[in-house]
Ligand binder design. Sequence first.
Ligand code: F6P
Length: 196
Amino acid sequence: IPNLYLVRHGETYFNRERRIGGDSRLTEKGLHQAEQLAKHFQNVQVPFIFTSTKTRTIQMAEIIAACQEKSVHVPLKELDEIDAGICESMTYDEIRKQHPQIHVARSMDKYRYIYPEGEGYITLQPRIQLGIKKALYLSGNAENIIIIGHQAVNRMILSYFLFRRMEDVPYIYIPQDKYFHIVSTQTKKLFELKKF
Ligand code: F6P
């Protein structure tokens, strides 16, 4: 695929409360972001839209696909957000107060830290790699694909294209009103952060 458009889902109710994980829906603002994005891509043919299996990415895909002539939406569980284990659905403040040891250990080595009963960036890496492989295989020789992912997922995907030290990956900026356009050919890889 020469063009990969890497998008994060729009604002959710959990994002508003700084709550992590879960399966929250898009807010009015998130729906508006999805519509803006759909409009932005309406003149670009995108035959494949890959998402996670979470409601927030599926809602985005459905809104974008509605503005496309022909677009297949494929949810992949490999692209689900990092599993925060016992911290799922908590706010960062709650984690700091109720599990100070988790907060401290994670801040000290965010890439390698694995949530109890959950995942870490380090364990996410092979899962995301498999997700990308599946997406590339399924999209065949399509010119353009959109991947609608999550904060940690998109950081990991970007790390394949950007040269970042492993420990910097969990801090890559992943906004909800911009997307990364990744142009990948045999000889060059370019990426650009674009507002929609
Ligand atoms: O807050 C949104 C979110 O996607 C959470 O679901 C996830 O746990 C988090 O971002 C990952 O970001 P960080 O690794 O910075 O906590």
